[in-house]
Design a protein around this ligand. Structure first.
Ligand SMILES: *Cc1c(COP(=O)(O)O)cnc(C)c1O
Length: 388
């Protein structure tokens, strides 16, 4: 690596402060009013945010909870998941999708992905349904909805509930219907790196059914109703008023954030093509049915060069990450489930090839240019080495 190359501007993978800085005064005012009110739990901001999110997801109900992981757990609790029950999940996802199943004694049944969208392959879902299947959890990975029409059709024909893991996909839609509105329940996360990111943990559940919504609220508050009378074995999972107050402000900008992410994705697309880099790099595919909100921009680096590319970009100070390097069926904690290497070939190949680049709304064009230049430079030096 030459010294000149090392001087290239560094580009963070994500800079949450840029978006928050612009809203600083509004956020501080909202925080102050919560502090002055003393209503740290069940404050009015929580209900207001729930209404706003129900609007975004076009669902009748939205229920604030402590995290996206809790939302998944509560959704399965609401279905009365029992030990030994099976739940169909992708393996190419964040851990929480499957840990919620295992924590209740259930068995995650890992299904391979469609290699284009990285989402669970709907044609494999039906083949994995057994008499013990109690739920299907499609994940809208990286901000693009899974094929919800096909998954929904399979689920209906077998009368199996669908829980959408929409943690990465708030504001996304499929065939015009929002993420969260397709399944029996939808789970959202406000983890700071998500498209609607809070200042700590937070999550929300969305659903259409009144009884289900009541059950979710009950389960999220110790199964308690009325006070100190516990009907069912619930947990404590609440969205703090402080988080809700901050998120209400950021929610007003959600569409703007999504558009900026889409603009960055199209610009990457054009630049990769214009520089002839698509001979080596496979760009993310956007299904025609999908309104993609680009929580992550993941390219495939072919020819086994992903890890050397990572190293190269790291030396240039260009933020990058691999979501996710080890598929869940190959994780140590799931070894007992008995999956062997090669059992989910598309998932394993994606984990070996994928590389994520900065895509956040405030990313500048100059920064995007640096990312592309860094990648171009990698192939130039790689071909020089090959020629030598
Ligand atoms: C972030 C995430 C979760 C968990 O959300 P937390 O709020 O961090 O608990 C679950 N599933 C997926 C796909 C996620 O990306």
């Amino acid at each position: 690596m030459s010294k000149a190359a090392g001087k290239q501007a560094s580009v963070p993978l994500l800079d949450v402060n840029r978006g928050n800085r612009e809203l600083h005064e509004e956020i501080m005012e909202a925080i102050e009013s919560v502090v002055l009110s003393g209503r740290f739990l069940h404050g009015p901001d929580v209900g207001e945010l729930e209404c706003a999110i129900a609007g975004t997801c076009q669902t009748k109900h939205a229920i604030g909870v402590a995290s996206g992981s809790d939302a998944l757990l509560l959704a399965l609790m609401a279905l009365d998941l029992q030990p030994g029950d099976e739940v169909i999940v992708p393996s190419f996802t964040f851990f929480a999708t499957a840990s919620a199943v295992s924590r209740l004694g259930g068995i995650p049944v890992f299904v391979d992905i469609d290699p284009h969208t990285f989402n669970i392959d709907p044609s494999l879902v039906e083949a994995n349904i057994s008499s013990r299947t109690r739920a299907i959890i499609p994940v809208h990975l990286f901000g693009q909805c899974a094929a919800m029409d096909r998954i929904g059709a399979v689920a209906r024909s077998h009368r199996i509930p669908v829980i959408e893991d929409a943690a990465q996909a708030i504001g996304a839609s499929y065939l015009g219907k929002p993420a969260g509105a397709w399944g029996d329940m939808g789970c959202l996360s406000f983890y700071p790196t998500k498209n609607l990111g809070g200042m700590g943990d937070g999550g929300m559940m969305v659903c259409q059914d009144d009884d289900l919504a009541a059950k979710l609220r009950l389960l999220a508050s110790h199964g308690m109703s009325p006070r100190y009378y516990h009907k069912v074995l619930g947990i404590n999972s609440r969205l703090d008023t402080l988080q809700a107050a901050v998120l209400r402000i950021k929610h007003r900008k959600l569409d703007e954030y999504s558009r900026a992410r889409q603009k960055n994705a199209s610009r990457y697309h054009e630049m990769f093509q214009a520089r002839g880099l698509t001979n080596w790099i496979e760009l993310p595919y956007q299904a025609p049915e999908a309104h993609h909100v680009w929580n992550q921009y993941g390219v495939r680096v072919r020819d086994g060069l992903r890890d050397s590319m990572r190293k190269h970009l790291g030396e240039l100070g260009i933020g990058n990450e691999v979501y996710y390097p080890v598929p869940l069926h190959q994780q140590e904690c799931f070894r007992e489930l008995g999956y062997c290497d090669g059992s989910l070939p598309h998932t394993e190949q994606a984990a070996a090839e994928i590389l994520h680049l900065p895509i956040y709304p405030e990313l500048t064009e100059a920064e995007q240019d640096s990312v592309i230049m860094g990648i171009e430079q990698f192939y130039q030096s790689a071909s020089l080495r090959r020629a030598a």
